[in-house]
Design a protein around this ligand. Structure first.
Ligand SMILES: Cc1cc2nc3c(=O)[nH]c(=O)nc-3n(C[C@H](O)[C@H](O)[C@H](O)COP(=O)(O)O)c2cc1C
Length: 225
């Protein structure tokens, strides 16, 4: 291990807990996070952007390849920009549902009841476009990033957890392709849209597919050796 840039364990702010506390806290986290559901009908009600900023800071603290932090988040609150995104996303989604998607894929999506209509893109108070950065720019020089997808995936998981923990609902939306986001949001071509996160309060009559609640059992997703 390099001796440079080290800092001592005392500064680590590692909170040592008793086994009892660890059991309680892990259970508490699970009991909270298991109630996160993807929401597709949002209320127009806005909320303080500081909540989004805190969630982005949490996301930005994620483990990532060589600490190069290969992500960029665009918060969209401007109605005209949201309208443009809805129009472009629906064009792609229409092609997906009517031409591009395989029958198997459409069958897998059926229980969710989704279709090309993406009203939530205009209604939700905030959208967050998450970009993976293949490169970062430093003094006009391109610096290669490593483990970009893995890093952005982990950061997105932390972002989603923080938003849920803060009392917000969201949807991970991925119209394909999403290159229209580069154009509308004026992002360079070495940034690739990862997901579009729709964030807000669920509308009063938001319909959540029962199917989404059915999660695999521990024994089906893990093994101990
Ligand atoms: C990478 C990714 C892409 C997704 N894309 C879409 C999407 O484009 N449209 C949509 O309605 N849901 C999308 N979802 C949401 C999933 O359908 C949802 O997470 C899944 O059905 C489980 O439901 P839950 O999130 O309520 O647990 C996506 C989720 C992930 C992780």
């Amino acid at each position: 291990m390099h001796k440079t840039n080290k800092y001592i364990t005392e500064d680590l702010k590692f909170s040592k807990q008793t086994i009892k506390e660890m059991k309680i806290n892990s259970k508490k986290f699970y009991e909270n996070i298991k109630n996160r559901r993807s929401v597709r009908e949002f209320d127009k009600k806005i909320f303080d952007i500081q909540i989004i900023n805190n969630a982005l800071l949490a996301a930005g603290s994620a483990p990532n390849g060589a600490n190069l932090q290969p992500w960029h988040f665009v918060i969209i609150k401007n109605q005209k920009v949201k309208n443009k995104i809805r129009k472009a996303a629906e064009e792609e989604e229409y092609k997906f549902y009517n031409k591009k998607a395989s029958q198997d894929w459409l069958n897998a999506l059926r229980p969710l009841g989704t279709d090309p209509n993406k009203e939530f893109l205009e209604k939700a108070p905030y959208l967050i476009a998450i970009f993976e950065k293949k490169y970062s720019l430093s003094k006009k020089e391109k610096i290669k990033n490593y483990y970009v997808r893995e890093s952005v995936g982990i950061a997105t998981g932390i972002l989603i957890s923080c938003l849920h923990f803060s009392g917000l609902a969201m949807l991970t939306h991925t119209p394909s392709p999403m290159t229209f986001l580069n154009k509308i949001l004026k992002r360079p071509n070495y940034e690739k849209p990862f997901v579009l996160l729709v964030v807000g309060y669920p509308s009063k009559d938001a319909n959540i597919p029962v199917f989404a609640k059915q999660k695999k059992k521990l024994k089906d997703i893990s093994t101990i050796i």
